[in-house]
Write a protein that binds this ligand. Structure first.
Ligand code: 13P
Ligand code: SF4
Length: 383
C-alpha cells in the first residue's frame, strides 16, 4: 500500500492491519512524508517516556506540564497528535479547544489524536468519578467540605478534573505539585489528593505536613476509606490509595545499594516513587526536571536514576560524558505508553492527512468546561 496524497479524499479510514506488516524504515519514511506535507499545521507531542521511534518524530518532547502548556499555547496548528497516554490527549483537547481559542479560530477545533486508544494510564484508572463522589459524600458526614480543596494529579480522567473545577479544586503535575499544594492549603485547611498517594505524600512531607495528618483513603473500603472519624478530622492532606506501578519497581534497598557502592553517586528520582526511596534521593523531580539536572551536570557526574526506562536509556545515549545507571534491576517501563509504536503513528498520521482522522479524543463539552477551570487554576499557579 502506498502513502495517500495529503489532499486525497477518502471516506473510509485506512486499515491499521496493513501498517503492522510494514518494516520500520518504510514506516519512518511515510511518517516523515506526512510531517513534510503538513508542516506547521501538524504538531506531534511526545512524552519523555515514549519509545525512541515516536520521540524521533515528535516536534516537542517534555513532561506532562510542558506538553499541556504547549497545547494551551499553540494556536496555529490544525491537528495535534499526542504520543503519550489518554489523559494527556484529553488535557490537550480541553486546552487547545477552550472557548477563547475556538473564538480566535472562528470555531475551528483542533483534533487531538491518540494513535492507540488503549494507551491509558493504570494509575489514572485507580480513581473513578463514582468513587471520588462517594468519598466526597462520606467526608461531608465527618468534616466541613468547605474546608477541603480537591487536588487531582493531571494523571486522571477529565471528569475528575471537572470534579475539581466544580468544587474549588485544581490540577497539579509532578513539576508543580508543591506550588499547587501551597496554593490549596493557603486557601482552605485540608486537601483531598488523588489518585497518586506517593506524589501527594512526598510533596506534603517536604512541606512539613506530618505523616499522621495524611490519612490514606482506600476506595475499596466501604466506610471512610478504611479510616476512623478521628483520623479524617485530623487529616490535612487526605491521600488516595493509587500508585504508578512503574515507579514501584524502585525500592529503598536499590537506593541504599547504590549509595554504599558509590558514595558520590547522585540519586535522582521521580516523586511517584515511594517515600523510602525519595528520602534517600539527592534530587527529586518531574521527568523534565530530571532531564534538566542531568543535562546541566558537569562531565564525570555519576547518577542512579529512578524513572521510566525509555527516558533513562535516552539520557545514557545523549550523555556519554556522564555515568548514568538505572536504579532498579527490574525493567521498569510503561507498557501503555509503549503502545504508541510506529505502525500506530503512521496509521494515525496518514488518516489525518487523508481527511479521515482516527482516534480523535474529544472530551464532552460539559466536562471540558469544568475541567478547564481546574486546569486554568494550575496554569495560573505555576506561571
Ligand atoms: P511527568 O511528566 O510530570 O514527569 O510525569 C510522569 C508520568 O508518569 C507521566 O505519566
Ligand atoms: Fe501512568 Fe505510570 Fe505510565 Fe505515567 S508511567 S502513564 S503514571 S502508569
Amino acid at each position: 500500500m502506498s502513502a495517500p496524497a495529503a489532499n486525497a479524499v477518502n471516506t473510509q479510514p485506512l486499515d491499521l492491519e496493513a501498517y503492522e506488516a510494514l518494516d520500520l524504515p518504510t514506516l519512518g519514511r511515510r511518517v516523515q512524508a506526512v510531517r513534510d506535507t503538513m508542516g506547521s499545521r501538524l504538531l506531534i507531542l511526545g512524552h519523555h517516556y515514549q519509545r525512541n521511534e515516536a520521540i524521533a518524530f515528535s516536534d516537542l518532547q517534555g513532561d506532562s506540564y510542558k506538553l499541556s502548556a504547549s497545547a494551551a499555547a499553540d494556536a496555529s496548528c490544525e491537528a495535534i497528535v499526542f504520543c503519550g497516554v489518554h489523559f494527556m490527549a484529553e488535557t490537550a483537547d480541553i486546552l487547545a479547544n477552550r472557548p477563547e481559542q475556538l473564538e480566535r479560530r472562528a470555531g475551528r477545533r483542533i483534533p487531538v489524536v491518540l494513535p492507540d486508544l488503549a494507551a491509558g494510564c493504570p494509575m489514572a484508572d485507580m480513581a473513578d468519578i463514582d468513587q471520588v463522589e462517594e468519598c466526597w459524600r462520606q467526608l461531608g458526614s465527618v468534616i466541613d467540605l468547605d474546608e477541603v480543596t480537591p487536588v487531582t494529579y493531571i494523571n486522571s480522567a477529565a471528569n475528575l478534573k471537572a470534579f475539581c473545577g466544580r468544587h474549588g479544586g485544581i490540577v497539579c503535575t509532578s513539576s508543580n505539585a508543591r506550588a499547587v499544594l501551597d496554593w490549596a492549603l493557603a486557601r482552605r485547611p485540608r486537601v483531598l489528593f488523588f489518585p497518586d498517594q506517593h506524589l501527594g505524600r512526598n510533596t506534603a512531607l517536604a512541606m512539613g505536613v506530618p505523616p499522621e495528618a495524611m490519612p490514606l483513603w482506600d476506595p475499596d473500603q466501604p466506610e471512610l476509606g478504611g479510616n476512623t472519624e478521628e483520623a479524617i478530622r485530623g487529616g490535612r492532606v487526605l491521600l488516595w490509595r493509587g500508585h504508578c506501578y512503574v515507579h514501584q519497581f524502585f525500592l529503598p534497598e536499590h537506593a541504599a545499594w547504590f549509595k554504599q557502592a558509590d558514595p558520590d553517586v547522585k540519586l535522582i528520582v521521580h516523586p511517584e516513587c515511594m517515600k523510602e526511596v525519595v528520602e534517600q534521593a539527592n534530587v527529586v523531580g518531574s521527568t523534565g526536571a530530571i532531564v534538566q539536572a542531568i543535562e546541566s551536570a558537569p562531565p564525570g557526574t555519576r547518577w542512579a536514576v529512578g524513572t521510566e526506562l525509555h527516558l533513562v536509556n535516552r539520557l545514557k545515549e545523549a550523555h556519554p560524558e556522564q555515568a548514568i545507571y538505572f536504579l532498579s534491576p527490574t525493567i521498569a517501563s510503561c507498557r501503555t505508553m509503549s503502545r504508541i509504536d510506529l505502525p500506530h503513528l503512521c496509521w494515525a498520521l496518514e488518516n489525518l492527512a487523508a481527511g479521515t482522522p482516527v482516534n480523535v479524543v474529544r472530551v464532552p463539552d460539559a466536562i471540558a468546561q469544568d475541567a478547564l477551570v481546574a486546569l486554568q487554576r494550575m496554569l495560573e499557579v505555576s506561571r
